[in-house]
Design a protein around this ligand. Structure first.
Ligand SMILES: [Zn+2]
Length: 453
């Protein structure tokens, strides 16, 4: 990486996460892309030759961490509205197979990186079958994990699927660097056999690969796991695949199969009981909380406060834009707070300080990156998100953290930097060209519509 100019960012507020908000604060970023100092602007003397960036009425916070997205599916935004979950996933998988190409996935992944940069997301965990995000993260200059998906509900194809997974992971590892990691994701209980779950977990443990699983998302997944019944069962049986009861709950099943030994990121976890939460905690597994996607698909709301009370690592994810429609972590956090307050009839749940931590340090913890990012403190990488507090819909600012998480939106982000490198500033992207992606995305969307009619 070329050496960066020593840069001092000054703003009305600095939100370090690991310390109280600093009024008229500053962050000094070294030539190595790491944070050199954080504090009141008056206390940080600009070193000789230092570039000074005056950001004015804005808050500097750690870059936002989105722990669950499907970048390759960006063209599905708005294409799958108001469908029940079974139809939603069947139409998505069918249209993806029938209409889309590797070039489409590459464009969609880059498109998602554009959205991420414009909304202050500096770390993004992608779960996908094409692996397109590995290249897109590298090119964009973003940080992230790409969990290569594997599917196979028929135990007879387990060996074949594992061969394919190993080959895909080996290819994707070419993109691995200090910012980008490659992992694996056995997709979900209704698309993965017991044998494939166990084999993937053993592979992940042996190779030290991070792992993610969609788990405990929907009632029909629970019915399949618990009783071998429900909306997913007839389709599987029609393919000659047995649907025996596999566990009392999805989490209990994953524990029995050795999946939790890989300390996976469990995506969704809407349907958990106290025993499940204990298993997640005791195995050191983490949870990706995706409240908007879960609510829009009619699944319900994950027990976030109970997970936190149970000392589980939880990060916030948007999921795909095919279910959420937006990739805006500030909005995701605000809606999370509102939903949990409504559910518990408790105005003390998920206050602004907790939302700030959830979108930064807790997300980094859920992905095992807390030693590198998630707070503004010396020696950590300078992954920054700068939110303007100047717009009429944000002002007046009584509390900067509440202003960022309850009034500002992703489009109020004015600067995004990773390892000190400014990748987005005032509408301009340093590494990506959305205009060049537009024709590919438009064409993919047209083929998608044709395939779905
Ligand atoms: Zn997902």
């Amino acid at each position: 990486m070329p050496e960066l100019p020593l840069t001092l960012y000054r703003a009305a507020w600095v939100l370090p996460v690991c310390a109280d908000p600093i009024r008229n604060g500053a962050v000094l970023v070294g030539t190595d892309g790491r944070i050199a100092a954080v504090g009141p602007a008056l206390a940080i003397e600009p070193p000789e030759g230092c570039v000074i960036e005056e950001l004015g009425e804005a808050a500097i916070l750690p870059g936002l961490v989105n722990v669950h997205a499907h970048p390759e599916l960006a063209m599905f935004r708005g294409a799958l509205e108001d469908l029940c979950f079974r139809d939603w996933i069947l139409r998505l998988v069918g249209a993806k197979r029938a209409a889309l190409t590797e070039a489409d996935f590459e464009a969609a992944a880059r498109w998602t990186m554009v959205e991420a940069l414009r909304s202050g997301i500096t770390t993004l965990a992608a779960t996908e079958s094409s692996g397109a995000s590995a290249r897109a993260l590298c090119e964009a200059g973003l940080r992230g994990v790409v969990y290569q998906e594997v599917f196979g509900p028929d135990p007879a194809v387990c060996g074949e699927m594992m061969d394919g997974l190993r080959a895909n992971v080996e290819c994707l590892r070419a993109w691995e660097c200090d910012r980008v990691r490659i992992g694996v994701s056995p997709h979900a209980p209704y698309t993965v056999s017991d044998a494939l779950f166990t084999a993937t977990a053993e592979y992940a443990i042996a190779e030290g690969l991070p792992m993610a699983v969609h788990a405990a998302e929907s009632a029909i997944e629970h019915q399949l796991v618990q009783a071998g019944e429900g909306d997913f069962a007839p389709g599987l049986r029609a393919r000659g695949i047995d649907t025996p009861p596999r566990g009392r709950t999805t989490v209990e099943m994953l524990d029995r199969l050795g999946v939790l030994r890989a300390r996976p990121l469990l995506i969704h976890c809407v349907l958990l009981d106290a025993d499940d939460i204990r298993r997640v905690r005791d195995t050191g597994s983490a949870v990706a909380h995706c409240p908007v996607a879960n609510a829009r698909l009619g699944h319900g709301l994950a027990p976030y406060p109970e997970l936190i009370a149970g000392n589980v690592r939880v990060g916030l994810g948007t999921d795909s834009v095919g279910s959420n429609n937006r990739l805006d972590l500030l909005e995701e956090a605000r809606i999370a707070s509102i939903l949990h307050r409504a559910r518990l009839a408790d105005c003390g749940v998920l206050g602004p300080a907790e939302l700030l931590r959830l979108c930064t340090l807790d997300g980094a913890r859920a992905l095992g990156m807390e030693d590198t990012v998630g707070t503004l403190e010396p020696e950590k990488d300078a992954d920054l998100c700068v939110v303007s507090l100047a717009a009429p819909h944000v002002r007046p600012v009584h509390d900067p953290v509440a202003a960022v998480f309850h009034a500002a939106r992703g489009c109020d982000v004015v600067l995004t930097a990773v390892q000190g490198r400014v990748l987005y500033r005032d509408g301009l992207l340093a590494t990506l060209d959305p205009a060049a992606l537009e024709p590919v995305m438009d064409d993919a969307a047209r083929r998608l519509r044709e395939a779905m009619t």
